[in-house]
Design a protein around this ligand. Structure first.
Ligand code: MTE
Ligand code: MO
Length: 393
């Protein structure tokens, strides 16, 4: 691999911030505490969740690193970093969310398989790089193409990391060519995150960012782009990151019966409170994040202080806490919003949050009804418990 190598052991992992809660060390999977997540509209790189399926690759020579574009196109081409940097640079604020976010809460219903994420396998960053639509145009595939002359309909991204699920082969995924060649879809080959070069954990020197789609399709440490007739046949497209009905178990599962997950549904989480809270009676702030996939915005967030019988609408917060976004205030088609409401808590109760997106999709009420054996897409109403104690009793 030109300029880029993938170690087979975990002895050369990058340093990580101590605030992260580690769900597994090798492969490294970690998320920030929920309270830290809402301290800044743009998530600092150090706090951003890290989701890996193998040891972190190492760039040993950035000058000789290139991405090969091949498959069903007339002329294959190798693009060096300087070729990619020559294309117009776009800054896209996009929220990346792992399909396994909030899996732990789903596993409380019945056992599921996968990394035990709490509510912070999500982050919002300003990604900078070339649009994939421009890159493909450079190799002779015009914008808004849904099939190439040689029959290509999908764009596969191949990394170099060594994943046990791929029998030691690299992580890979694909998206439809129509999305890849649509400039409005804002799919990036990103070389910067929050104004700094990508770090190793997040895909240095180059990663894909597919806004509005589950994180699994945003391939890090990009090595090859393949134009294919069929979608990518890799493990993470065909044997993982699919959602099954509650009736499917490990004995009757038929992977072919379901499509790979792409756009994520509407989601919201209360981050100002833990799952269980002990407090005095009085006012409390309920705040958190809300986001939807596919470029759909958030219409509103409803909060209940009586387990879901009565609701008040939360207000939307100003984008806070990160100087870099001062000049990017309007580019948030793909990004989360923060919500906030001050509520009165007279007695022990359950606080609930649910979001509605701009297509009027609402989060499902109960996690039981969306339970699935891989524990993906837990977007059920977010519930936290408060136990009110009277201090003078
Ligand atoms: N090459 C490669 N790309 C990858 C992965 C990986 O393990 N290897 N994990 C995917 C998954 S499942 C997610 S959720 C995101 C996580 O991106 P992050 O670590 O930058 O937060 O990267 C995706 N891209
Ligand atoms: Mo993920």
């Amino acid at each position: 691999m030109p300029g880029l190598t993938a170690p087979s052991s975990y002895s050369q992992e990058p340093p990580r911030h101590p605030i992260l809660q580690i769900n597994s060390k090798a492969t490294f999977n970690a998320e920030p505490p929920r309270s830290a997540l809402i301290s800044s509209y743009v998530t600092p790189v150090d706090f951003f969740y890290k989701r890996n399926h193998g040891p972190i690759p190492i760039v040993d020579d950035i000058e000789s690193y290139y991405v090969s574009i091949c498959g069903l196109i007339e002329n294959s081409k190798d693009l060096f970093m300087r070729d990619i940097r020559m294309l117009p640079k776009y800054n896209i604020t996009a929220t990346l969310q792992c399909a396994g976010n909030r899996r732990t809460a789903m596993s409380n219903v019945r056992t599921v398989k996968g990394v035990g994420w709490d509510v912070s396998a999500i982050g919002n960053a300003v990604w900078s790089g070339a649009k994939l639509a421009d890159v493909l145009e450079l190799v002779g595939i015009p914008n808004l193409t849904s099939v190439t002359r040689s029959g290509g309909k999908h764009v596969e991204f191949v990394s170099i990391d060594k994943c046990k699920e791929e029998n030691g082969g690299p992580y890979k995924a694909s998206i439809p060519l129509s999305q890849a060649t649509n400039p409005e879809a804002d799919v990036l080959l990103a070389y910067e995150m929050n104004g700094e070069p990508l770090n190793r954990d997040h895909g240095y020197p180059l990663r894909v960012v597919v806004p509005g789609v589950i994180g699994a399709r945003s391939v890090k440490w990009l090595d090859t782009i393949n134009i294919l007739a069929e979608e990518c046949q890799g493990f993470f497209m065909q044997k993982d990151y699919k959602m099954f009905p509650p009736s499917v178990n490990w004995d009757n599962i038929n992977w072919k019966s379901r499509r790979p997950l792409m756009d994520f549904p509407v989601q919201c989480v209360i981050c100002s409170l833990e799952d269980v809270n002990v407090m005095k009676p009085g006012k409390a702030k309920v705040s958190g994040y809300a986001v939807s996939g596919g470029g759909r915005g958030i219409e509103r967030v409803d909060i209940s202080v009586d387990g879901g019988k009565n609701w008040v609408e939360a207000s939307r917060c100003q984008k806070t806490g990160f100087p870099y976004i001062a000049d990017h205030m309007s580019s948030d088609k793909w990004a989360w919003v923060f919500f906030e409401v001050i509520i009165d808590i007279p007695h022990s109760t359950q606080i609930v949050a649910k979001a509605v997106d701009t297509a009027a999709n609402v989060q499902p009420e109960s996690v039981e009804t969306i339970w699935n054996l891989r524990g993906v897409l837990n977007t059920s109403w977010h519930r936290v418990q408060v136990r009110v104690g009277h201090s003078n009793m």
